[in-house]
Design a protein around this ligand. Structure first.
Ligand code: UD1
Ligand code: UDP
Length: 372
């Protein structure tokens, strides 16, 4: 019998990072369907990527939004209920999740719960985790719990590098369940960067020139939900902009916009705020920036792939490979430390080797799944 796969996604980075795999499933006419949890829903956090990446509508759209930052249980629980109904109906061979969001935790856990009641349903659903083995070792991050649990519920663990494989081995995951494939973000960047160069008019739109601006993104709960830390980061950005005498383009995540207003914080003078932009425009903004400042996981990776120096506005990273090759530094969130890191990285020679894969991760993942 033909194996049927279920791909679950809910947020901007999952849609982007799963798009090369989804396209492969379509090209090879593999039986699959997608579920969108609805975690991200604004046009510029969701729809725009379907349009740009040529993705078909998901078979199921759940529209489950987070109600409040402290109601993560409700958010996750509502997804579990809806996903269980669909999975019991569809009974796929395998559920595929990517990354570390609440959508990932719910997808992996629902499949596992169905599998543990095999004596009733006669059915076992396998779980595949794309981007497995990442650890910040910071349990205060919701993402750390999500990825740790998802990994330990998975039958197929696809890691970006050998480093994550070693982490999983140390945690007791059987060796033959782990596959080092590279990160699918390399596939996505390679497939889109030339199109971005041709199509994007974002530099002209904001009167920007190559190397004459810096790019900022910020959305981590532990950064923007704390007034003190958010204010510290903005103060650091102000220092960097004044010292480098460059404007800072800031496509602002909706969570950040909400918290900025809630805390009545003011943005530094040289910051140009824009709504979140599409993938092509964002890649082009990254490619032409003098420096990227971010607390995003995916943006750290893309900066490294595109040979643009990066400062990570956090106290840790689950992407240490980017730091090891010299593409990224962890600045913390204190203003002086951000300035020091930025001044160091702005001079960084762009000569590192991308450690995150060669752009064939999706192909390798698919081969493993089809052979299983
Ligand atoms: C989520 C993920 C995070 C990931 C990020 C990618 C969790 C716990 N967090 O964080 O790991 O890095 O997505 O961007 O899964 N909002 C909108 N429109 C949207 C989406 C969100 O306005 O399309 C606002 C809403 O007020 C919402 C808030 O942002 O309550 C937070 O959204 P949520 O999905 O809970 O978390 P993110 O910060 O987006
Ligand atoms: N991104 C985008 N537009 C933006 C900001 C980011 O398309 O305005 C893309 C970016 O290219 C990367 C992904 O969103 O692929 C990163 O998502 P995010 O920072 O929201 O989440 P994280 O990677 O931290 O989970």
């Amino acid at each position: 019998m033909k194996k049927k796969f279920c791909i679950i996604y809910g947020t901007r980075p999952e849609i982007i990072k799963l798009s090369p795999l989804i396209r492969l499933f379509e090209k090879r006419k593999i039986s699959f369907f997608c579920i969108h949890t609805g975690q991200h829903y604004s046009y510029d956090m969701d729809r725009v990527f379907f349009k740009e990446l040529g993705l078909a509508e998901p078979k199921y759209q759940l529209n489950i939004r987070s109600k409040a930052p402290y109601r993560q249980g409700l958010h996750t629980g509502q997804m579990l209920i809806e996903l269980e109904n669909i999975l019991l109906d569809e009974l796929p061979y395998c559920v595929i999740v990517q990354g570390d969001t609440n959508s990932v935790l719910s997808g992996a856990l629902t499949a596992e719960k169905i599998s543990t009641t095999e004596s009733y349903t006669g059915f076992h659903i396998k779980v595949a985790h794309v981007e497995a083995g990442l650890r910040s070792f910071d349990r205060l991050m919701p993402e750390e719990t999500n990825r740790f649990i998802a990994d330990h519920l998975s039958d197929f663990l696809f890691t970006p590098t050998k480093n994550e494989k070693d982490i999983l081995l140390r945690e007791g995951v059987p060796k033959n369940w782990i596959h080092v494939t590279g990160n699918t973000i390399v596939d996505a960047v390679k497939q889109s960067i030339r199109i971005a160069g041709k199509k994007s008019k974002i530099l002209e739109e904001f009167c920007l020139k190559q190397d004459q601006y810096m790019l900022l993104t910020l959305h981590r709960q532990e950064n923007v939900d704390s007034r003190k830390i958010f204010a510290d980061i903005l103060c650091g950005i102000d220092k960097v902009a004044r010292s480098a005498k460059l404007p800072v383009v800031f496509p602002m995540h909706p969570r950040t916009a909400k918290m900025l207003e809630h805390f009545s914080l003011k943005l530094p003078e040289k910051v140009i705020v824009v709504r979140p932009v599409g993938f092509l425009d964002f890649l082009w903004l990254e490619q032409n920036a003098k420096l990227i400042l971010t607390d995003s996981g995916g943006v750290q990776e893309e900066a490294c792939i595109l040979q643009v120096p990066c400062v990570t506005l956090r106290n840790n990273t689950e992407r240490p490979e980017t730091v090891k090759v010299g593409a990224n530094v962890i600045s913390g969130t204190k203003p002086e430390a951000i300035l020091r890191a930025a001044l160091k990285m702005i001079k960084r020679k762009r000569n590192w080797k991308n450690p995150l894969g060669n752009g064939r991760a999706s192909e390798l993942i698919l081969n493993v799944l089809l052979k299983s």
